[in-house]
Design a binder for this molecule. Structure first.
Ligand code: TRP
Ligand code: ZN
Length: 954
């Protein structure tokens, strides 16, 4: 799985290969991707050039050539400053259904830093924008049609229409659109009867003509006019400066946002909403009004979001010295949303599933997601809004940093170890495969076709790991000095990742970050291999470390990176001992810097039998290998004694994984016996009363499919799933009494509380239930059904439903029916009902998904439902892959249907197919054949085109 499998697709490596695509304009375009050394490579420059020769095979196999265009590739190296800056922008929205009119007035000035040349004004605008006749004026004068041009990508006003020379000029126009018909959920659209917007990354150009790029920052004034009865609440960024009634039963509100911002942070909401209210007193004593807007009836579900918001505001003051900068902060929940949430200045818009929680409708995981995402969007106010990105190649500047900030916030609010474990599980589960697949890109990409495709695991999660390493290298104080300088130096600017690193560097001149910068440009997951040698006469322990940087799609390895290794030493009795590499004793955690391809560290005064624990807290996003392996004894020792929660968990995972690998070496029917040492290690975990229960639950988790596949360097999901299930069942059988004791000891009879102790108790309870449920004993089945019926809280109910969903039992059918009946009016709960069925590991998963898509509760235009059902299926390690070609073809068909409605969502689904390279050859072939079906379709969006064509050319 690392890099390459050496497998080349049959029929695809014959020198010429047909890769399809299209452009939005209705013509299929084929381009042949040339093969390099028997292996085709993605060449954005070829695909990107405006006209490419079309090569299709006719029945007689004669290539036919035609000139057609492909969506252009954009390059970081081509960055040029904007020709014009926008001094101010004034917008008036006359909202209506089916026709909305947006009037705009931009005051433009030539950018002194712009490259001189033609003075014509080029504004971005989607091809769907309808310019109202004669509405385009420059300095009040109508621009005749001979002096401007409308193109697929915008509007150009020729120099001839501009005044001779003027410091600044005013350009006005009106555009019409139908927000209710907008199913792509980008720009201005309707959700649940309300108007809302989503502008990041390039959605503003679907609202009006504008230099829609983040390095153009302006002061926005927004007037909203709408029917007073249908849309009583009118919101936009900044402060409300005016409101009142208008003609024909309409009303209006006017907002001014005093902070200059890029267009992607613009937002507007108009609808029938109610709100919960609170206030926050900032560190300098200002009072901020906080409001969360939701549908009538949902107000009581906003409490946790509100508390999370206040905790985030306090934490950012205490941890980074960042204070909120307006007197008002609004959050709006909407049901139709492509992503999780959006950090629009003072008007965050959220997918409702990340705002609305109550004990009976949401799980503990939902509560934690709400807290994390509320924090994430709030933190963007400084990392993203006050200091923004120069261009979209710099996306990780705001996203990696903000993810790091929300991760540490959540860790501070809960258990650091458990939070770190879940962050790493996600990184390994989703980012590592991306970084080894056809879509691999550096955290700062160098090219893209569609920026929406680059809101990736790599930019977000690996980006956060890169920031975390900087924090580890500089230490908390050095890091804070760096962020202080960054905010001071760049407040109000649109900057680059370089600027960020430079600020940290300048604040910490004693540490050289030169080599570290490679993390921004190099792809792939580094591999660190380690061997140890103990010298008894000298009492030294030598660590021989090697790093390699495999590059997907290339035989060459990347350059060595600066890899911080947080480590500790335990003596043979399990006590922590100081680390001494000759630069002074370090009591507990020592950070080593691995900078070379090969490097040796010698630890002094190490008693015999000591164990070194490397990469505590997963201090770098790498794969660690031990050349001589790690013995069962050593892993069991670490599981019992390691003081670092993450490393303790990691040891347990490896211990279990080795057992699973042992099963996989044999046949289904003759799995070997499980070793007593492993059973005893698990018994000890189950009886551990000292450890926080949430951590115990994490320690009990069977290693994921990804964890095993990574060790095998190839993913063969069905046997891996079976072997993992066998481990679970075996442990449940041999440790039945222990699991039952845990189940009883964690029974929650009191009031629901989200405090950590209560959450830990539920997590452990559910883990024990999951083990015992795997034995399918009648009492446990009955008990699960009871739980679903009684329904004291959703965390408990869902765990029980999850056990049943995998079984073929009367209880399963009853539980699913009861649940649906009870919750059919609640969309968010129904997502769980859909998701649990789509992810259940069953042979008939594909059939189930097909019928779910016919079910009254399903709706292809609602992203949350698509993610629950199709996303659920693609995450179903067993049920998806057992369907073989039929499954992959089905997914391809759905992606094609979706692409007509919502390209962003379609593309996210297509990304799951793009990860084909991790699988064994037979599966690779099947997935690629499904991808080719998509490639053959006419009129693919540029989003899906980019993912599919890269997937097939890699
Ligand atoms: N910036 C948003 C976030 O933090 C991401 C986002 C929300 C987004 N909606 C989007 C990105 C639509 C692309 C398209 O996390
Ligand atoms: Zn973000």
């Amino acid at each position: 799985m690392v890099g390459r499998t050496g497998f080349i697709l049959p029929g695809l490596n014959l020198g010429r290969r047909v890769v399809a695509g299209n452009v939005s304009r209705g013509v299929v375009v084929y381009s042949s991707m040339r093969s390099a050394g028997g292996r085709s490579v993605w060449r954005p420059s070829e695909a990107g050039s405006r006209s490419l020769s079309r090569t299709t095979m006719t029945a007689t196999s004669v290539p036919v050539k035609e000139e057609k265009s492909l969506p252009p590739v954009k390059y970081l190296k081509d960055y040029a400053p904007p020709a014009y800056l926008v001094e101010s922008v004034d917008l008036t929205f006359e909202l209506d259904d089916p026709e909305t009119v947006v009037k705009s007035k931009l005051v433009l000035a030539l950018n002194p830093k712009g490259t001189a040349g033609d003075r014509s004004i080029v504004l971005d605008g989607d091809k769907g924008l309808e310019l109202v006749e004669d509405s385009l004026t420059v300095d009040g004068k109508v621009v005749p049609s001979s002096q401007f041009e409308l193109t697929d990508s915008g509007l150009t006003v020729f120099e001839s229409a501009l005044p001779e020379s003027s410091e600044s000029l005013t350009i006005e126009c009106s555009v019409k659109s139908n927000p209710a018909a907008n199913k792509a959920l980008e720009g201005l659209y309707k959700s649940g009867g309300n108007f809302c917007t989503q502008c990041e990354a390039e959605g503003f150009r679907r609202i009006t003509f504008y230099p829609d790029r983040p390095d153009v920052m302006s002061v926005f004034t927004t007037t909203i006019v709408a029917d007073k009865e249908k849309y009583p609440v009118l919101l936009s960024n900044g402060n409300k400066v005016e409101e009142g009634d208008a003609e024909d039963g309409k009303h209006y509100a006017k907002y001014v946002d005093p902070h200059r911002k890029p267009s992607y942070l613009f937002a507007l909401v108009a609808g029938d909403l109610v709100c919960s209210e609170d206030t926050f007193e900032t560190m300098s004593g200002r009072t901020v009004d906080l409001k969360i807007f939701v549908r009538e009836g949902d107000v009581q579900k906003t409490k946790h979001a509100m508390e999370s918001l206040k905790r985030s505001m306090r934490w950012d003051e205490e941890t980074y010295g960042r204070e909120y900068d307006l007197d008002i902060f609004n959050v709006v929940a909407v049901d139709d949303f492509n992503m999780g949430a959006m950090e629009n200045k003072s008007l965050n818009i959220f997918n409702s599933r990340f705002v609305l929680v109550s004990p009976d409708t949401a799980t503990d995981a939902d509560y934690n997601n709400v807290e994390g995402i509320i924090a994430h969007e709030y933190f963007h106010n400084w990392t993203g809004n006050r200091v923004t990105c120069r261009d979209w190649f710099q996306l990780s500047l705001k996203e990696g940093l903000t993810v790091f900030r929300d991760q540490t916030f959540s860790a501070d609010m809960s258990s650091k170890g458990v939070k770190r474990i879940s962050d790493v599980v996600r990184l390994r589960g989703a980012q590592f495969p991306e970084d080894a697949g056809p879509m691999a890109h550096p955290i700062r990409p160098e090219s893209f076709i569609e920026i929406n495709n680059f809101y990736t695991q790599t930019v977000y999660q690996k980006g956060a790991e890169v920031i975390r390493m900087l924090h580890t290298i500089l230490g908390p104080k050095g890091f804070r000095k760096g962020t202080d300088l960054y905010f001071e130096r760049h407040d109000g600017q649109a900057v680059t990742c370089e600027d960020w690193v430079q600020a940290l560097q300048d604040a910490n001149p004693e540490i050289d970050l030169t080599q570290f910068r490679r993390w921004y440009s190099q792809i792939g997951t580094p591999v660190v291999s380690c061997s140890t040698e103990y010298d008894e006469s000298e009492s030294t322990l030598t660590l021989n470390l090697e790093q390699s940087n495999p590059q997907p799609d290339s035989e060459e390895t990347g350059e060595p990176l600066l890899i911080p290794i947080r480590m500790g030493l335990l003596d043979s009795t399990g006590l922590s001992i100081p680390v001494d590499i000759g630069d002074g004793l370090v009591e507990n955690d020592k950070v080593l810097s691995l900078t070379k391809a090969k490097e040796t560290f010698t630890l002094k005064n190490v008693p015999k039998g000591s164990v070194a624990s490397l990469f505590r807290d997963f201090s770098a996003p790498i794969r660690l290998e031990y050349s001589d392996g790690q013995s069962t004894e050593e892993l069991a020792f670490l599981l019992a004694n390691e003081t670092n929660d993450f490393s303790r968990w990691e040891a347990g995972q490896k211990l279990a994984a080795n057992t699973v690998l042992g099963f996989l070496a044999r046949d289904d029917d003759e799995y070997p016996e499980i070793s007593d040492k492993v059973v005893e290690a698990y018994r000890a975990v189950l009886r551990d009363e000292k450890t926080d229960k949430a951590l115990v639950a994490a320690l009990l988790a069977i290693p994921s499919n990804r964890f095993i596949a990574d060790l095998m360097k190839e993913n063969d999901p069905i046997p891996i799933f079976k072997a993992r299930s066998h481990l679970k069942k075996t442990l449940a059988k041999v440790l039945k009494t222990e699991f039952e004791d845990v189940l009883k000891a964690t029974e929650d009879l009191g009031e629901y509380s989200i405090d950590l102790k209560a959450q830990g108790k539920r997590a452990l309870h559910n883990s024990a239930l999951d083990y015992l449920g795997s034995l399918r004993e009648p009492e446990v089945m009955k008990q699960c059904l009871e739980t679903v019926r009684e329904g004291r809280n959703m965390t408990e109910v869902l765990a029980a439903l999850n056990v049943l969903a995998a079984t073929d039992s009367e209880e399963r059918d009853l539980a699913l029916a009861t649940f649906y009946d009870k919750w059919k009016e609640n969309n968010l709960v129904i997502l769980k009902w859909l998701g649990i069925q789509a992810t259940a590991p069953r042979e008939d998963a594909l059939q189930i998904v097909k019928s779910l898509m016919e079910h009254e509760s399903f709706d292809m235009t609602v992203p949350n439902k698509v993610y629950a059902v199709l996303g659920g299926l693609s995450a179903n390690d067993f049920g998806y892959h057992i369907g073989g070609q039929e499954s992959y073809d089905f997914m391809a068909d759905q992606i094609m249907r979706l692409d007509e409605l919502n390209p962003q969502v379609a593309s996210r689904m297509a990304k799951s197919l793009s990860l084909w390279r991790q699988y064994k050859p037979e599966i690779q072939e099947m997935i690629c054949s499904a991808l080719k079906r998509i490639a053959d379709k006419e009129n693919l969006s540029s989003d899906v085109y980019e993912v599919v064509s890269r997937s097939l050319s890699a």
